[in-house]
Ligand binder design. Structure first.
Ligand code: SF4
Length: 341
C-alpha cells in the first residue's frame, strides 16, 4: 500500500455537486444537504458544462451532492459524461445502490466512493439514523460483486481516530481498494456542532495513517487529505496566463448545485468564485482567467503565509484555502503540544 496525499490531484477533475437533496441529514455535512433541500443542477446545464470542461482540459468528473443517487438524471449524467470522453467517479452514502444499477455502471464508472463515518454506533450517530451502518455494509458486497473499483471515504473526527484500524480492516475485508481519510472541517452542518481535530489530533492522524500502511496489501491505497507543511510549502502554484486552460489553474474545479463554480473547495468564499450561475459560465470563466484569478493566486499566497506563521506541521490544504478565501486565518491550536514536526 502507499499512503498519498490528495492535496493536489494529478488528473484534472471537476467535482460536480448535482443536488443538495439527500436521503440522510448528517451531523458533519459540509454542504448542509438533507431531505428538505431541493436545489439541483438542471440536466441541460450539466450537458453544457461537459463541453466547457472538455474545452478547459478536465478529464474526470466526480459526482457528489447531496446524494448523487437521488438526482433524477444520474444515469444520463453518467452516460453523457462518458460520451464526452470524461472519466466518471461518484461518492455516495451507499443506501440506494442496487444490483441492476451496479450492472449498468460496469465499464462506465471508474470508482465508487462510499462514506463511512466509523463503526456501527458512530456511523449511525453521525448519519442521524439507526441501522444505516448495517445497510451500507450489505451494499459494499453488491459493489464488490459488480467488479467496479470502490473505496471507503471517512471523515475523521477526534472521536473516530481510535477506530481507524477497524475502518481499515473493514475496507480491506470488503474488497475496497482505497481508504480516503479527510479531517472534519468546521463548515456547514458541523459548524458549532462537532469538534474539529486539534493540532495533536492531526499529528496523530498522520502517524496512524503512516503506520496503517505497513499493514496493508500492496494494491491498497490510503489517501490522506493532510500533508506535512514542509512538503506542501515546496509546492509552487502556476501563475497562469489568460490563455491557460482553467484546469491548469483550478484543480479540482468545484461546481455547486446552484451552478456556481469555485476552485478547490465547496466551501471557498466569494472572493475566489469563478462563476456565479450557469447562465454566465462562459463569460465568467473568461473574465476570471483574465483578471479574477489574481485574487485566487493572492489567496494561495495568503494560505501559505498563514500556515507558515501558525507553524502547523500538517496541513489540510483545502480547508486552509477555504478559510483564507473568507478572510479567516489558520487556527492557533493547530500547533501540536506533542512537539512533532
Ligand atoms: S454528508 Fe453526504 S449523506 Fe450525509 S447529508 Fe451530506 S450529502 Fe447526505
Amino acid at each position: 500500500m502507499n499512503t498519498e496525499a490528495s492535496g493536489f490531484l494529478h488528473q484534472p477533475t471537476a467535482q460536480i455537486h448535482l443536488t443538495r437533496l439527500c436521503n440522510l441529514q448528517c451531523q458533519h455535512c459540509y454542504s448542509e444537504s438533507g431531505p428538505g433541500q431541493r436545489s439541483q443542477l438542471p440536466l441541460t446545464d450539466l450537458f453544457k458544462l461537459y463541453g466547457i470542461l472538455c474545452d478547459e482540459g478536465y478529464t474526470q468528473v466526480s459526482f457528489s451532492g447531496g446524494e448523487p443517487l437521488v438526482y433524477p438524471y444520474i444515469e444520463e449524467a453518467i452516460d453523457v459524461a462518458i460520451d464526452h470522453g470524461l472519466k466518471v467517479n461518484l461518492i455516495t452514502n451507499g443506501l440506494l445502490l442496487k444490483e441492476d444499477r451496479m450492472r449498468r455502471w460496469q465499464g462506465k464508472v471508474d470508482l465508487v466512493g462510499v462514506s463511512i463515518d466509523g463503526m456501527r454506533t458512530r456511523h449511525d450517530r453521525m448519519r442521524g439514523r439507526k441501522g444505516v451502518f448495517d445497510k451500507v455494509i450489505a451494499k459494499l458486497e453488491l459493489i464488490r460483486q459488480s467488479g467496479i473499483p470502490f473505496g471507503l471515504a471517512h471523515c475523521v473526527t477526534p472521536d473516530s481516530l481510535g477506530e481507524l484500524p477497524d475502518i481499515l480492516t473493514l475496507a480491506i475485508n470488503s474488497g475496497a481498494s482505497l481508504l480516503q481519510l479527510h479531517p472534519l472541517n468546521q463548515v456547514g452542518s458541523a459548524l458549532g456542532l462537532l469538534e474539529p481535530l486539534s493540532g495533536d489530533d492531526l499529528s496523530r492522524l498522520y502517524i496512524i495513517a503512516k503506520l496503517m500502511q505497513l499493514d496493508c496489501p500492496s494494491d491498497f491505497r490510503i489517501q490522506l487529505d493532510l500533508v506535512p507543511a514542509s512538503e506542501e510549502l515546496r509546492y509552487s502554484w502556476p501563475v497562469s496566463e489568460n490563455n491557460n486552460s482553467l484546469s491548469s489553474i483550478a484543480n479540482p474545479l468545484v461546481v455547486r448545485e446552484d451552478g456556481s463554480m469555485v476552485p478547490l473547495n465547496y466551501s471557498a468564499g466569494r472572493s475566489v468564485q469563478i462563476a456565479g450561475c450557469s447562465k454566465l459560465w462562459m463569460s465568467d470563466i473568461k473574465h476570471w482567467k483574465a483578471s479574477g484569478q489574481v485574487e485566487f493566486q493572492a489567496t494561495i499566497a495568503q494560505t501559505m503565509h498563514d500556515v507558515n506563521c501558525a507553524g502547523a506541521p500538517f496541513i489540510d490544504w483545502y480547508d486552509y484555502f477555504a478559510r483564507a478565501s473568507k478572510g479567516l486565518g489558520v487556527e492557533r491550536d493547530l500547533i501540536p503540544a506533542l512537539g512533532l514536526d
